[in-house]
Design a protein around this ligand. Structure first.
Ligand code: NAD
Length: 287
C-alpha cells in the first residue's frame, strides 16, 4: 500500500474515503479522480494482471500507479493495493487496512469487471467461473468487506456496476449477462439490509463505454468478422445499434456523473435503484 498526505480538502466529499475496485484504469480511474477532485481520499484495488479466459489485457501495475498520481494531483491521499476481487479474504484485508490508514470507508464503488464473449457451445467451466467470480462474487466480496464499517459508521454509499446487459441480453455473452443480472439482484437485496444503517446501495447500468474493455482487437473482430483488421471506426455502427441515441459509446466521465449523484446528500433516499446511463438503450427493455 502507498499513501501520501494531501493538503486541506474542499468539496462535497471532503472527509470521506472512497474505495474503488478495478480502479487502475477506465471507469474506475475516472471515478477515483473525480471523487478526489470533490474532496475524498481514495483507495484503489485492482488485480493488475491478465486472466486466462479474458481475451484482452487487463490493467497493469503502472496503470495503478498512474491512477494514484492523478488522485494525488487533485490533493487526495491515495492508498493502492494489488488484489483480486474474487478473494474475499483479500478484500476484507484491503478494506480493513484502508480504514486503519485513512480512518473510514464511506463510499464503495464495486466496479471491477471483465467482459467475455463466447458461444454456449464453447464456454467451459473456467470461462464461466472467471466471469461470474469476478463480476458477481467480486461485487459481493467488496460489499461484504465494507458493510460492517458502514453499519458501524451509520453512513455509507455503495454503488455497484452492472450493465445494459444486466437488464437485457444478446447472444454470445451469456456469462457476462448472468453476472450483471446477478449484480442487480444482489444490490437490491443488500439495499434492504443496509436501509436502517443510513447506507444506500444502488447500481449503475452503463451502455458502451469508451474504455479498453470495448476498444480491443478481439471485440472488434467479433463485431466485424467480414474485415481482416477492423478498427474503432469500423465497429462504430454496430456499437451504436445497441443504443437508441445515435452514438457508439459514451465517455467514462458520464458514468462518473451518475456515481457522484448517487454519493451526494441529494440522493440519500435513493436506494435499491438502478440508474441506466446507456444512450437510451433501456427505453427498449425497462418499464
Ligand atoms: P476496464 O477493463 O478498463 O476496467 C476494469 C478494471 O477491472 C481493470 O482495471 C481490471 O484490471 C480490473 N479487474 C478485472 N478483473 C479483476 C479482478 N478479478 N480483480 C480485481 N480487478 C479486476 O473496463 P471498464 O469499462 O472501466 O469497466 C468497469 C466496469 O464497467 C466493469 O464492471 C464493466 O463490466 C462495466 N461495464 C463496462 C462497459 C463498457 O462498455 N466498457 C459497459 C457496461 C458495463
Amino acid at each position: 500500500m502507498a499513501q501520501q498526505q494531501g493538503q486541506e480538502r474542499q468539496g462535497q466529499f471532503a472527509g470521506r474515503v472512497a474505495v474503488i475496485t478495478g480502479g487502475a484504469r477506465g471507469q474506475g480511474r475516472s471515478h477515483a479522480v473525480e471523487l478526489a477532485r470533490q474532496g475524498a481520499d481514495i483507495a484503489v484495488v485492482d488485480r493488475c494482471a491478465d486472466l486466462a479466459t479474458v481475451t484482452y489485457p487487463l490493467a497493469t501495475p503502472d496503470d495503478l500507479t498512474e491512477t494514484a498520481r492523478l488522485v494525488e494531483a487533485e490533493g487526495g491521499r491515495c492508498v493502492t493495493g494489488q488484489a483480486d476481487v474474487r478473494d474475499l479474504g483479500a478484500m476484507i484485508a484491503f478494506v480493513d487496512g484502508v480504514v486503519e490508514e485513512l480512518g473510514s470507508v464511506d463510499i464503495l464503488v464495486a466496479n471491477a469487471g471483465v467482459s467475455t464473449m463466447c458461444s454456449i457451445f464453447d464456454l467451459d467451466a473456467d470461462g464461466w467461473s472467471e466471469t461470474l467470480d469476478t463480476n458477481l462474487t467480486g461485487v459481493f466480496n467488496a460489499l461484504r468487506a465494507a458493510a460492517p464499517h458502514m453499519r458501524r459508521q451509520r453512513w455509507g454509499r455503495m454503488v455497484t456496476v452492472s450493465s445494459m446487459m444486466g437488464r437485457s441480453s444478446n447472444p454470445l455473452i451469456s456469462a457476462y449477462c448472468a453476472s450483471k443480472w446477478g449484480v442487480i439482484g444482489l444490490t437490491k437485496s443488500v439495499a434492504q439490509e443496509m436501509a436502517h444503517s443510513n447506507v444506500t446501495v444502488n447500481a449503475i447500468a452503463p451502455g458502451n463505454i469508451s474504455t479498453d474493455m470495448i476498444h480491443n482487437d478481439t471485440l472488434y473482430r467479433l463485431m466485424r468478422p467480414d474485415l481482416e483488421q477492423p478498427g474503432a471506426d469500423d465497429v462504430a455502427g454496430v456499437m451504436a445499434s445497441l443504443h437508441v441515441q445515435p452514438v457508439p459509446w459514451l465517455e467514462a466521465e458520464e458514468i462518473t456523473s451518475a456515481l457522484v449523484f448517487l454519493c451526494s446528500e441529494g440522493a440519500r433516499h435513493i436506494t435499491g435503484s438502478v440508474i441506466d446511463v446507456d444512450a437510451g438503450a433501456s427505453a427498449r427493455f425497462t418499464a
